[in-house]
Design a protein around this ligand. Structure first.
Ligand SMILES: NC(=O)c1ccc[n+]([C@@H]2O[C@H](COP(=O)([O-])OP(=O)(O)OC[C@H]3O[C@@H](n4cnc5c(N)ncnc54)[C@H](O)[C@@H]3O)[C@@H](O)[C@H]2O)c1
Length: 262
């Protein structure tokens, strides 16, 4: 079989109503997987799922009871689960001296707790003896902000750094215990989704750039190959999730056109 095929697989993508999650859901569906789209945003989530012939389940990734429900419904509907993409995330831009503890905790809750719960439930369900029980792949959306610090994004960096090492711990544990579940993280630089646009605008709000044109110039100076596209991330997810990724476990795949290479 084609090593990039996901034929016969079942894939769940969180935060897939829009942005990178929607592109990932399209890609894994195109690769042959049956897809479950989850998101807090019911209206947009249902529309994206309908486009793909996917199933939509409303989910708040910070709530463990939602994970339990989503896993049970997926296995019941499709008879298995092979790929979980922990993509749902939020950002908050604030200088360290002004960052509210409540904002810090909110970003940690969605990005770090959400990814922890998603990885935990994916491994539980996909390991031998679990409700799906045939192994699989987990792909966690970290960021270049999980590898290097970014001014104005302290809370986001803290959460994405947590995702990086949570991923590696889960990967080595799963391999040692013979679960057959590979766990990897992705580290994209800026992509102009709703979140990507907000990050650029925040440079102005925080006084790190004089205006939007200045913020764009600063960003493009940082990105030696320009901004990425949602399809770049989606292709990487497919590569890691399919047979092509069969020996990749605990890896951090950086998608930044060289931003962190220098
Ligand atoms: N866009 C970028 O530049 C970029 C770069 C690196 C990493 N990332 C990461 O990629 C992921 C997707 O980013 P995006 O740009 O598509 O963001 P986005 O803001 O466009 O979309 C995020 C989606 O997550 C959903 N969501 C938010 N909180 C949720 C919750 N508690 N439960 C379930 N769903 C929730 C939103 O409703 C939305 O549909 C995020 O984890 C983000 O941190 C994005």
């Amino acid at each position: 079989m084609d090593s990039s095929s996901l034929e016969g697989k079942v894939a769940l993508v969180t935060g897939a109503a829009r942005g990178l999650g929607a592109a990932i859901a399209h890609e894994v569906a195109a690769a042959g997987a049956r897809v479950v789209v989850t998101d807090l945003d019911e209206g947009r989530g249902r529309a994206t799922a309908e486009d793909l012939g996917a199933m939509f389940l409303q989910q708040d990734v910070t709530r463990e009871e939602d994970w339990s429900h989503v896993m049970a419904r997926t296995v019941e509907a499709f008879g298995g689960l092979d790929v979980v993409v922990n993509n749902a995330g939020i950002e908050t831009a604030s200088l360290m001296v002004d960052c509210d503890l409540a904002d810090f905790r909110r970003v940690m809750a969605v990005n770090a707790d959400g990814c922890f719960l998603g990885t935990k439930w994916a491994m539980r369900v996909m390991r031998p003896g679990g409700a799906a029980g045939r192994g699989g792949a987990v792909v966690n959306l970290s960021s270049v902000a999980g590898l290097v610090g970014v001014a104005g994004l302290g809370a986001y960096c803290a959460a994405k750094g947590a995702v990086r090492l949570l991923t590696k711990s889960a990967a080595i544990e799963s391999a040692r215990l013979g679960y057959g579940v590979r766990v990897n993280s992705l580290h994209p630089a800026v992509i102009k989704t709703d979140m990507g646009e907000a990050v650029v605008r925040s440079l102005v709000d925080l006084g790190l750039a004089a205006d939007v044109a200045g913020a764009e110039a600063l960003m493009l100076q940082m990105h030696p190959m320009g901004y990425g596209r949602p399809e770049d991330v989606a292709a990487a997810v497919r590569y890691l999730a399919a047979g092509s990724g069969r020996w990749i476990n605990g890896a951090e795949l950086v998608l930044d056109g060289g931003l962190t290479a220098g």
